[in-house]
Design a protein around this ligand. Structure first.
Ligand SMILES: O=P(O)(O)OC[C@H]1O[C@H](O[C@H]2O[C@H](CO)[C@@H](O)[C@H](O)[C@H]2O)[C@H](O)[C@@H](O)[C@@H]1O
Ligand SMILES: O=c1ccn([C@@H]2O[C@H](COP(=O)(O)OP(=O)(O)O)[C@@H](O)[C@H]2O)c(=O)[nH]1
Ligand SMILES: [Mg+2]
Length: 737
């Protein structure tokens, strides 16, 4: 039976050693806490790091670690301290993490870290391959493993691979500064489905792919030469029932079951019944805005001294990545800030901040969530922030106020919270006042709406939606109308070719015989290609026709000395073998003077674009334009032109980074079928890469062997991956007679 392989840097269980025995504790952080319930309920194996370096695990306990992991359907990847330094503390957390959270001044570019990152990614990929069986689905998580999808794809081209990024994806302007930007994007693109928490992260990623790798992006699909990659947003939820139930149990429990922490919280509540508690919980991370929060709290107390002794900030900061200098510095800064503010405002019976620097077990988190009247979460950037969702889920009597930074992914789904900008202390201070004064009915109304949404979009639904969408990419791949030309299919085509009495081959030029280049005039055929076409055409009872959108002069000069039939400008002109050009009937050109200035206006406004003048058509090329601007302007121009040319017997063809206006009566379908009249061809072959070639695929007789170059939606029967494969196929024809 097939299974799901989950891969993340950290396993949901962390192993430590006390007195030569292993202790297992749950991992902290949204990825592990969130995904755990999906793993627990499903048929999956989770591969990741157990939290100790190889050097820290004595030889005689190594097997024991693997056993502990296996008990929870996990597999431990062992990393030594040099690997952890370069890969985890280094490239992951000193380069990618700060860059993706817009902390460019913290971002380092260290070649050694990058090298280790690659090696460790390979190690994770190899571990997956060890456990992979045909039919399994692989789900790779997060920024520590950006290269893994493609590393797996190289070994298993047919594998179904998903990737989810738990942190923001920055805007192109920020991402482009990364020295290894191409490799990173290529690594992720090994996946079939790439998920983000929000539409903004998705849009930033697509924009980087289109600008840096210049792949074609249509809505949320990226077309690679051999595959289509889908990108989508899936906002991660929480195990809602677990938090809700824990809160209900908490309120049911007797005082004998109470935790020490709850006793302290209750003690405070009894001493000051009208005081309120503000909660904050995060890993101690500079992205979480903890220092901002404390300063905003100070600003609030300065401006509203009536709240002294009436409010307390309960702040839990969980130790995190303390080998990275910025985290150590932040720890000192927070210690100092808490000390200074407690010194400044404390009274004999009251301190404004209760600060815990450690991680707490689940039941203590529930104590905090259920006891505090307000949650104040002010990240400067945060992929999602599950704490915000957990707080709301535990408010089973529906009271409580959430103040949440607009910079957290969670803010997109939690509009009923008080949304603030973490850099605006006045706004935070106002929000705190609003929270204090908010009538209970309003709190209930807001929270009920939030709870309804969180309950519905739980972590289970998040994972199921992702997996469903991932499986659909496979079905999509399988049901692609055209079939890849396998060696067997190729053999079959060759047999029919050989047995035929009269053969004709229609071959498109750009994107089929040669690759695209920035300037169309540089796509000349090489000698090898010319020889191939010459020989093929010289075979008995075999007619080769190069059918192209190009103008007749260029095409004619490039193929001057090769005796082959040419069709140019989609069928406006035909050149016989003897070199004479003939004009097709029904073509007009008087419209060109009216249309040209309109296109020129677009050329002026869109850098990198230009007009190609053909005898009976005008083409506007935008391959070299900024990809996004190019698409926007192409859309605009297409609409303007369609309006302009209506009822004039003209049409706008949308090709690969080109718009072409030409007579509607002229297209490759009409041109190719015309060649069949009066000839008894019993083997018809047509190959092309573009939208304009679809006319041939549709209009040629059904028995024709039609082939699309690249994986795109098509009416062709077969496809091949790229121009090198086209040449191989044509060479086979040549050698078959
Ligand atoms: O593994 P660590 O280095 O100790 O860090 C803990 C995790 O932090 C990050 O969490 C992110 O994922 C959450 C769930 O999607 C999201 O709510 C949060 O905004 C993110 O920051 C990190 O992405 C994980 O890989 C770490 O395990
Ligand atoms: O002492 C603690 C404090 C927090 N958490 C959990 O850590 C996660 C933090 O996730 P979030 O998405 O808010 O931020 P991240 O740390 O992943 O950036 C939440 O599920 C918390 O319940 C925990 O397990 N122990
Ligand atoms: Mg083409």
């Amino acid at each position: 039976m097939s299974k799901t392989i989950i891969l993340s840097n950290r396993l949901p269980l962390q192993i430590s050693i006390e007195n030569d025995t292993l202790e297992v504790t749950p991992s902290v952080g949204g990825l592990a806490t969130g995904l755990k319930s999906f793993h627990k309920d499903g048929d999956s194996v989770w591969i990741g790091w157990p939290g100790l370096t190889e050097e820290e695990i004595p030889e005689h306990l190594k097997e024991e670690v693997q056993k502990k992991a296996r008990e929870e359907n996990c597999v431990a990847v062992h990393l030594n301290s040099a690997e952890i330094d370069g890969f985890y503390y280094g490239f992951s957390n000193r380069t990618i993490w700060p860059l993706f959270h817009y902390f460019m001044e913290y971002t380092e570019s260290d070649d050694e870290h990058w090298k280790t990152y690659k090696e460790v990614n390979q190690k994770y990929a190899d571990e997956v391959l060890q456990h992979y069986e045909d039919g399994d689905v692989i789900w790779v998580h997060d920024y520590q493993l950006l290269l893994v999808p493609n590393m797996i794809r190289e070994q298993k081209p047919e594998a179904v691979i998903g990737f989810f990024n738990h942190i923001p994806f920055p805007s192109y302007e920020v991402f482009r500064t990364l020295p290894w930007r191409d490799e990173v994007l290529q690594g992720v693109l090994g996946a079939d489905l790439i998920g983000f928490h929000t539409y903004d992260y998705e849009r930033h990623f697509l924009s980087s792919v289109s600008r840096i790798l210049r792949h074609q992006v249509d809505f949320n699909e990226i077309t690679l030469p051999d595959r289509i990659v889908k990108v989508d947003s899936f906002p991660m939820g929480i195990d809602y029932k677990k938090f809700e139930q824990a809160a209900l149990d908490h309120f049911e429990s007797t005082s004998a079951d109470q935790s020490e922490l709850q006793r302290r919280l209750d003690h405070h509540l009894e001493a000051t019944p009208d005081a309120k508690m503000i909660l904050s919980i995060d890993r101690l991370d500079y992205t979480k805005g903890i220092a901002h929060r404390i300063r905003a709290y100070e600003y609030f107390l300065d401006k509203n001294p009536e709240f002294i002794e009436k409010v307390r900030l309960v702040m839990l900061a969980v130790p995190s990545r303390s080998n990275v200098p910025q985290y150590r510095r932040l720890k000192r800064e927070i210690d100092e800030l808490v000390g200074r503010i407690n010194g400044k405002f404390s009274t004999v019976s009251w301190t404004p901040i209760w600060y815990f620097y450690r991680s707490l077990p689940f039941n203590n988190l529930i104590d905090l969530y259920t006891t505090c009247d307000i949650a104040l979460l002010t990240p400067i950037r945060d992929g999602m922030n599950l704490v915000a969702k957990e707080y709301i889920a535990t408010r089973t009597n529906h009271t409580g106020v959430l103040i949440l930074s607009e910079m957290a992914g969670a803010a997109h789904e939690m509009n009923e919270a008080l949304i603030i900008n973490p850099n605006n202390f006045e706004q935070i201070s106002q929000a705190l006042k609003t929270a204090f004064e908010m009538p209970e009915e309003e709190q209930i109304e807001r929270n009920k709406m939030l709870q309804k949404r969180l309950r519905r979009y739980s972590v289970e639904k998040w994972a199921n939606d992702f997996m469903k969408s991932l499986r659909a990419t496979k079905e999509n791949r399988d049901s692609f109308k055209s079939i890849r030309i396998t060696p067997e299919i190729s053999e079959e085509i060759m047999t029919q070719f050989r047995n035929a009495k009269k053969r004709i081959l229609f071959i498109d030029y750009d994107g089929t015989l040669v690759n695209f280049v920035d300037k169309p005039e540089n796509a000349r055929p090489d000698d090898e290609l010319k020889n191939l076409i010459r020989t093929l055409n010289s075979r008995e009872n075999t007619d080769v026709i190069l059918i192209s959108g190009r103008d007749k002069n260029t095409l004619g000069s490039w193929w001057k000395d090769v005796p082959v039939e040419l069709i140019s400008e989609h069928g406006v002109w035909m050149r016989q073998i003897d070199g004479e050009w003939e004009l097709s009937e029904n073509v007009k050109s008087e419209w060109m003077d009216a249309v040209r200035p309109v296109i020129e206006n677009f050329v002026d406004r869109t850098p990198g674009t230009f007009i190609e003048e053909k005898n009976y058509s005008l083409a506007w090329h935008y391959r070299k334009a900024d990809p996004e601007l190019g698409e926007i302007r192409a859309n605009e121009l297409s609409n303007v032109l369609k309006e302009l040319i209506s009822n004039r017997g003209l049409s706008v063809l949308e090709g690969n980074k080109v718009l072409e206006i030409k007579s509607s009566d002229v297209n490759k379908g009409k041109a190719s079928t015309k060649k069949l009249i009066g000839n008894n061809y019993d083997f018809i072959f047509a190959i092309g890469d573009d939208w304009t070639d679809e006319y041939m695929f549709r209009e040629l007789p059904e028995t024709s062997h039609t082939v699309k170059v690249g994986i795109k939606k098509t009416s062709a029967r077969y496809y091949v991956e790229g121009t090198p494969k086209v040449r191989t196929l044509l060479e086979k024809f040549r050698d078959n007679l």
